[in-house]
Design a protein around this ligand. Structure first.
Ligand code: FES
Length: 107
């Protein structure tokens, strides 16, 4: 069995103009590498995902259970996201997509 603290979803949708073309596959590998380097591979699962309709803002990355979407993420941002959010639980505000998230209440 495996129990993770966080699940990072990296969008790699391959349609033209979508996250796959915007660097999604490089992000997927960068997250997997940085999570391992940080010693978090037993706490953080990194997976690819499909479109969440945010690619107009750049490559999308989602962190659950925090319900945080990041926008316009580049490979250069990954070490900071791993160190700040995945290791310390501090959201990287400058990359957060505040137009989408998870509601804390049932509506
Ligand atoms: S293709 Fe990534 S959010 Fe749409």
């Amino acid at each position: 069995m495996a129990f993770f603290l966080r699940h990072v979803l990296v969008c790699t949708n391959e349609k033209p103009g979508h996250c796959g073309e915007l660097g999604g596959f490089g992000l997927l590998e960068a997250f997997r590498t940085q999570v391992k380097l940080a010693g978090l591979e037993n706490q953080v699962l990194v997976s690819k995902t499909g479109c969440t309709k945010q690619h107009h803002l750049g490559a999308a990355v989602i962190v659950h259970p925090d319900g945080v979407w990041y926008k316009g993420v580049s490979v250069a941002d990954v070490p900071e996201l791993v160190e700040s959010h995945l290791k310390k639980g501090i959201v990287v505000a400058r990359l957060q997509n505040k137009e989408i998230g998870l509601s804390k209440k049932v509506v």
